[in-house]
Design a protein around this ligand. Sequence first.
Ligand code: SIN
Length: 527
Amino acid sequence: MTPVTQQPDFIIVGAGVAGLRAAIGLAESGARVLVVTKEALAESNTHYAQGGIAVAIGGEEDVALHLDDTVNAGDGLVNREAARVLVEEGPRRVEELLRWGADFDRENGRLMLTREGAHSRNRILHAHGDATGAEIARSLLRHARAMKQIELQEWTTTIDLLHQDGDVVGVMLLDPEGHLRHVSARAVLLASGGAGQVYSDTTNPAVATGDGIAMAWRAGAEIADMEFYQFHPTALSLPGVPRFLLSEALRGERAWLRNAKGERFMERCHPLLELAPRDVVARAITREGIGAHGESLPVYLDMRHVTNIDPTIRFPGISKFLAEHGLALRRDLIPVRPAAHYLMGGIRTDVNGRASLPGLFAAGEAACTGVHGANRLASNSLLEGLVFGARAAETMEGADRRAQGSELREQGAGYSVPSERMRVDVVRVREQMQRLLWEKAGLLRDADGLRAAQRELAAMQTPDAMDRQALELRNLHTIGELMVAAALAREESRGAHYRNDFPKRDDARFGRHSVVMHGRSVRFADF
Ligand code: SIN
């Protein structure tokens, strides 16, 4: 591991699909790019994406339908311009990926397409059955590694953005040896992914701590739509076992959901049955999982009737994980529960990745273009990373350098290396906060619970130490506060945000996006 060796033109925080695609675009223009990631390069939400990448490769009609499906899933809040960009530019970005060696699954030489919830046709490409994200990350990384303009720094934590007179001019990094470094650049792209770790039950890896969103907020950027957190309906539910994702593609291949009585309850809930929009299915599972006396009841995914595919071939990663816990898709009912999966909100950007501060860009799950509205259409997120990562790079190329390293203002004074006691506190507070947010700001919310969460978050002490775990906790705490504030302000139910005390959608008052900035309260705006 070597320290940063060259003064970059651009800094990218995060090495998932959006960050890597942007890095490739910038390097192609001749710029020097520093990509930093706090773990090994393979560790990102991208890597864990199973189901696939939605893309309209069937021509104009398919593009129009993909747009309709995206808009419909978003429950009245999709930014149509962003969605149009996504579906129209998607095919070009996927073709590029194929040229760079992405190995999507094929049958007789033709790309195989599957379906997931709320899609009106089969348009989801997949790789190695259920390892689509890993394959996309692998091909992008191989391409990026071959470009000498790109410097990839693993195990490097970004602490904060550096800013000068309101402009973002670089980042403050904590390198693997524990040294602080200030690095300036013409522009910074935050492609740091989501924040699933804010909840006790999540499909996200431990790295998903909302760092980019929290640091953009501290720097004064606009943050939007934080009340919209998507819960994946089917995570494995076994005591003591992580909430492993059971891809929606299983339901795309005709898996059913059954309650404790064995009923296929989605028949009572939605005409699309198990392939209804994710928020609908997640809430239905939650309700079926609570008995008449508040007791917890099991809900199952049932694939035993599906005989036209061999699940161990079509879903090898899932089958392997289940086998490690004594379960088989062909033989067993698989216990499932929803788990936090994808944040629709984030750093507010335009369709070119531009955030509200000069010099700051964002793309992928850390960003909020409004493309997903209140509920993301399944498998649109890998495509989002490719399309908006590429667009951010094109826009960043025009950015001028605003500061040199020597002129940068010092930030973060007062941090210290944590004591053993502080480390224990960090773990305890993190778990306490995750449980609190799951219970009070999870799938079903109301004002009392949200206010209680707000009070408890305000009373929580987050250690102010120069240490990755302490920094992550501080970022998660910020994310929790932003989510709760936005969820309280939105007194309606829409998409993934469901208020028991306001169960209806209210377009007149809330048909707009929530926006919040440091030191200000939540407002609602069109974009
Ligand atoms: C899944 O495979 O079900 C996840 C896909 C997604 O979140 O879009």
